[in-house]
Design a protein around this ligand. Structure first.
Ligand code: F6R
Length: 248
């Protein structure tokens, strides 16, 4: 018997497994934060049972500006600890924006080029912020933007202080993120959300108007989005939505 979050993690992992089994050279877009931890756990288990990631290429959504990969709160560090250490994606196939690049604009342009050179993203995994952000595209971000530098909202810094010993001071003020256009170019998008604190953002994103005030609402315009919610995160939805899989 699974709890809601377990079912969600298993479902998401199965979608990715099927993608890799169908195309060993798949390109995955990956997220960090609390939400995908269970998914990454399952993918490691699947690898132990034979799922081969040796042909897979990955691109992460974002990274804090100024944090090197060995900083314990950097997203590179997170990915190594929570996923890459337990699967066999070749190191050279792993892409995470370099938050310490001297020329960050050039880094953003190179990131876009690398995604294109890899043939584009087959499945992009994303969570959602309390303010509706996807990646670190905060409210107000133009839908047409590609990988760029952002100033984080105070609410985002507060929400993420838990990864910095609960010290808001230590949370960087800026980050590099794939843009909304970059995310929307993925062939399939997997939006994961759990917990009642996400219910309002989820309802706004799926049932509200499409607006830059709630960046995740842009997903309504994507033809292949799968939204995986536990009951708490789905609690604000008024309608059945074909994109949504309720996993109690
Ligand atoms: C992480 C990311 C963010 C998170 C979002 C939700 O790479 O881009 O958009 O997905 O902030 O974070 P959690 O899962 O920690 O609630």
């Amino acid at each position: 018997m699974f709890s809601g979050k377990d079912a969600l993690d298993n479902f998401a992992a199965t979608i990715i497994k099927e993608q890799i089994e169908a195309h060993s050279a798949s390109v995955l877009g990956l997220a960090t934060g609390s939400t995908p931890l269970g998914l990454y756990d399952r993918l490691q288990q699947m690898h132990r049972h034979g799922l081969d990631f040796s042909g897979v290429t990955t691109f992460n959504l974002d990274e804090y500006l100024g944090l090197s990969g060995d900083h314990p709160a950097s997203y590179r560090h997170y990915m190594q600890e929570h996923l890459f250490a337990g699967i066999n994606v070749p190191k050279s196939n792993i892409h995470i924006p370099d938050g310490t690049a001297n020329d960050v604009e050039a880094e953003c342009a190179a990131y876009e080029k690398a995604i294109m050179a890899a043939g584009g993203i087959d499945i992009q995994v994303t969570g959602i912020g309390h303010n509706g952000h996807i990646g670190f595209n905060e409210p107000g971000t133009e839908f047409g933007c590609t990988t760029h530098v952002v100033t984080l909202d105070e609410s985002t810094r507060q929400a993420n202080a838990r990864f910095f010993d609960n010290s808001l001071e230590q949370v960087p003020r800026q980050a590099v993120t794939m843009g909304i256009k970059t995310i929307m170019q993925a062939r399939k998008i997997l939006l994961l959300a759990s917990g009642k604190d996400k219910a309002e953002a989820v309802a706004g994103a799926l049932e509200g108007s499409v607006t830059t005030r709630l960046p995740a609402s842009v997903l309504q315009l994507h033809p292949r989005v799968v939204v995986l919610l536990d009951e708490a995160a789905a609690a604000g939805l008024a309608h059945d939505n074909p994109m949504v899989k309720h996993l109690a």
